[in-house]
Ligand binder design. Structure first.
Ligand SMILES: C[S@@+](CC[C@H](N)C(=O)[O-])C[C@H]1O[C@@H](n2cnc3c(N)ncnc32)[C@H](O)[C@@H]1O
Length: 358
């Protein structure tokens, strides 16, 4: 994701996903026509930036630039051919910009307004309420890619790693790993029906469907791991799980609270509810010496480390932690040191299991 996108998220979401926009009132939108005399792209950006600023919309200029660029067929305002900045817009273009900007006034995230967003160089379809991939998650993907490149044997890369992603959302992590690891295969699970559909659609658009299994599954359900056995054991588990502490949920920006699925964000009292289930799944599904990569809250490295020490039966060790681009401890590498049980030696592609209710 380019710098503009990163800034948009940093300012929209505040620190981590715990943005400090509490108390911002929702604005009831009223039309902002007429736009008479505001006929070119630059003037419209200026106009809508001023409207957004007046209405307290975060990232006013970036939002208006993305919207105007999108209507003119570009990803960013800077990438528009300069002659389009000053060329008169058609009434239809003006109408589209008006319509999309009105959604921004209702605090809809720009990513949903545009209907697509870039992640690791892939253009992914976005639709509410499926979680919008954040720029820090690109760092998680980069870490996985580095580790796979550095220790190909440990990561099963002789034949290509078999990867399990828990909570695939739009498919951002799974699809970027598949596209950058040509030998890899992925099992992507999510409990949300909308997420499953969007991952499938994005996989199809990117022509990656033949190397991904998309499974509707709630990993907190008793014995849920058994539904994944036909494909395991896996070399890697990767997840950006719901990890926000429940009491922090109400502090999220209106953009997040109103449009994204709370089940994608709320990790329970200490943000550990889903993390614990992912770690427990490893007992059955992760190969000996296999790795788990997690994105977490800055308070989690200690909590997860302590929890793992209290569960020696899992034979999982926290072997490394990484910081995000803001310097916060946000990523964990956990490794299995004991024998895996449960899966046949290597069953991919195996049969398609029955759909499991989410
Ligand atoms: C923070 S989002 C991450 C989405 C995507 N991986 C990304 O990084 O953009 C967490 C995802 O976990 C899914 N999820 C939440 N609880 C789950 C559960 N019990 N079992 C499986 N998936 C779950 C949510 O539906 C959501 O798509």
């Amino acid at each position: 994701m380019e710098l503009g996108g990163r800034m948009l998220w940093a300012l929209l979401s505040g620190p981590g996903r715990r943005g400090g926009t509490r108390g911002w009132a929702f604005s009831s939108w009223q039309p902002h026509l007429p736009l008479a005399g505001l006929l070119n792209a630059k003037e419209l950006v200026r106009h809508w930036t001023a409207v957004f600023e007046k209405r307290g919309i975060p990232e006013a200029q970036a939002s208006s630039e993305y919207i105007v660029a999108h209507v003119l067929g570009a990803k960013t305002f800077q990438s528009l051919r300069p002659e389009l900045w000053t060329q008169p817009l058609t009434p239809w273009q003006l109408q589209c910009i008006q319509e999309l900007s009105s959604r921004r006034l209702q605090r809809m995230p720009v990513q949903y307004i545009l209907g697509e967003w870039d992640f690791q160089g892939l253009s992914l379809k976005m639709a509410p309420p499926v979680f919008i991939p954040r720029p820090e998650t690109e760092e998680l993907v980069e870490w996985v890619l580095e580790e796979v490149a550095q220790s190909p044997c440990a990561m099963g890369t002789q034949d290509g790693p078999l990867i399990l992603e828990v909570g695939c959302g739009s498919g951002a992590i799974s699809l970027s790993l598949l596209s950058q690891l040509p030998q890899s295969r992925v099992i992507a699970v999510d409990k949300g029906e909308a997420a499953i559909c969007l991952t499938e659609e994005n996989a199809q658009r990117l022509r990656l469907l033949d190397r991904i299994r998309i499974v509707p599954l709630d990993v907190t359900l008793e014995g849920s791991w058994a539904h994944l056995l036909p494909w395991g054991p896996v070399d890697l588990v990767v997840s950006n799980p719901p990890y926000i502490f429940h009491q922090d949920m109400e502090q999220l920006a209106p953009e997040i609270r109103s449009y994204e699925d709370p089940l994608a964000l709320d990790g329970g009292e200490e943000g550990m509810d889903i993390i614990i289930h992912i770690l427990a799944l490893a007992r059955w599904l992760l190969k000996d010496s296999g790795s788990i990569f997690l994105e977490v809250d800055p308070r989690h490295p200690e909590l997860v480390g302590n929890w793992l020490q209290s569960q020696p039966d899992l034979s999982l060790d926290l072997v490394a932690m990484r910081r995000d681009f803001c310097g916060r401890p946000r990523f964990l590498h956990i490794q299995r040191s004991g024998p895996q049980r449960g899966c046949p030696a290597d069953a991919w592609p195996g049969p398609q299991p029955a759909r499991v209710p989410g």
